[in-house]
Design a protein around this ligand. Sequence first.
Ligand SMILES: Nc1ncnc2c1ncn2[C@@H]1O[C@H](COP(=O)(O)OP(=O)(O)OP(=O)(O)O)[C@@H](O)[C@H]1O
Ligand SMILES: [Zn+2]
Length: 604
Amino acid sequence: MKNSNQQQFRFIVILLMAFAVGGMIFSVIEKRNAAGGMSRSRFIQLLSDTNVEEVIISQNSQTPTGSVRIQFKDHSLSQDYYVSDVNSVIHYLEDKNIDYVIKDIEKGNTIADILVPLILTVAAAFFVLMLFQSRSSGASGSKMMNFGKSRARLSNTNKFNFKMVAGLNEEKEELEEVVDFLKNPAKYTALGARIPKGILLVGPPGTGKTLLAKAVAGEAKVPFFSISGSDFVEMFVGVGASRVRDLFEDAKRHAPCIIFIDEIDAVARHRGSGLGGSHDEREQTLNQLLVEMDGFGVNEGIIIMAATNRPDILDNAILRPGRFDRKITVSRPDIGGREEILKIHSKDKPLGSDIDIHEVAKGTSGFTGADLENLLNEAAILTAKSGRQFISKNDIDESYIKVGIGREKKSRIISEKERKITAYHEAGHAILFRQLPDVGPVHTISIIPTGMGAAGYTMPKPGEDEMFNSKNRLLDNIVVALGGRIAEEIKFNDITTGASSDIKQATMTARAMVMRYGMSEKLGFINYEGEEEILVSRDFGHEKIYSEKTSAMIDEEVRNIMETCYKKAKDIITRHIDVLEKCADLLLEKEKIGYEEFEALFDD
Ligand SMILES: Nc1ncnc2c1ncn2[C@@H]1O[C@H](COP(=O)(O)OP(=O)(O)OP(=O)(O)O)[C@@H](O)[C@H]1O
Ligand SMILES: [Zn+2]
């Protein structure tokens, strides 16, 4: 074991050396190329491309020279362009309000170009060996060497503001308070008010989380440090932790400021779940993040915003008070939100008179802000290609297919028919939630696809946290779960597969009532589950702890519960058929409705 490890590490060391030498040769050649002719006009032409997202400048420490790289919105990068005067480029960018980042200082193409990687390689080789040795002797490698310089970028967010963020009104309102605090921390400290240190933005990709964070920085006019969680996670133990330390040191020097950590789930998964990166490394990085967050005072003027689309895998430790104790959910836009987003992103794009933004919004259910931006951009490209001056409806339709296919992998496009079925399905659940005392009332009903496979959802208002479920509440839950299917049945005289998870949920509840909670009179207060989970014992033929006869009785009791609940659900929905119709219509129009709008449907 030890020997094979040693061989492995030797192999890595040799590999590293080979890479370094190759890299050196490559970088020298590339610099030669880059330094080659680049006329000013060509450069300016590149920069005025509407797809430029950001310009990355590497500045030379000794001379005014440097290199410039352009990042486009589709995440592609230009080659490096050599510039003789970095400052004039910066002036130009500021003038044009183009976002830029100044990267680590880069030395000229000198002997250092060859020496630095060489020294680094030797250092890295040394590190690997030390790491291996410290591991085999049981110590942690973290203090061995710190080449973990923070990779955070300090970007210019001056031009960002809340007006650029369409919809998301509640989210913006919540963040106003943070902006005010960053502008004027003294006002809050004087009153002893506690402002959150960490804000977690949760939502699917492309819904505007990064945009929101930048807007907060832009509104407050404070520096914005951004880094992605995956930048922290490296192969070598200790690097991530040291990057975190470095980032916070930097931030403290610039306070008040914002640190934005995208994809925080890459560092902050539950500890112990072995996905991606080495365990030790990720845990150390996470621990360091927690230490830093605990370490600075509440009102030091640093606000950490983090984004994730996987809140389910986050380690609970990061959600404790004093850490990310404020959560803001950023969801896919509803029809009104999409219309606003389309308006913002079509401002600099001449639309033909045959385009009705409202209609486009209507036809793009489930699209995120990023999808919509992409849609308009593709349409503009089509228009430009064919030499026309206005974007036509045809261009939009054509790019809809293109963008749609790209999206399809994530969440499929839904037809008008499916939308309609979903509207009735959710309305069915909603009516039952409201009419049953132990579950409702309704908080939100939505027919915006969630991207996780659900075509819509109905959410009740959160009740008090109760330790126990009562029998009635469990029954009501089953009734509610069946409402979707029943509404489809009543309305369309046909049923879909869309209710499968509802049915599963209802069956599991009924089964648990009988087998776990002793809620069936026939079977009595007996636990029939045994050690194994129910499904395991049934599906994989583990030994059952009850007889065939009991098994049949259990099935019969479960069926009885389901049948009673089904009748009750159907009866309630049939009595409110008018509400079902109105609710489905309203959902088709607005896609998402809240408590008051829903209650109003019962008024007359
Ligand atoms: N509400 C919105 N208003 C205006 N534009 C939006 C909105 N949401 C998204 N966009 C557009 O989509 C682009 C991508 O959004 P952003 O990067 O903020 O999403 P995100 O939620 O951070 O996604 P990811 O998780 O992939 O980082 C933005 O630059 C913006 O142009
Ligand atoms: Zn359902």
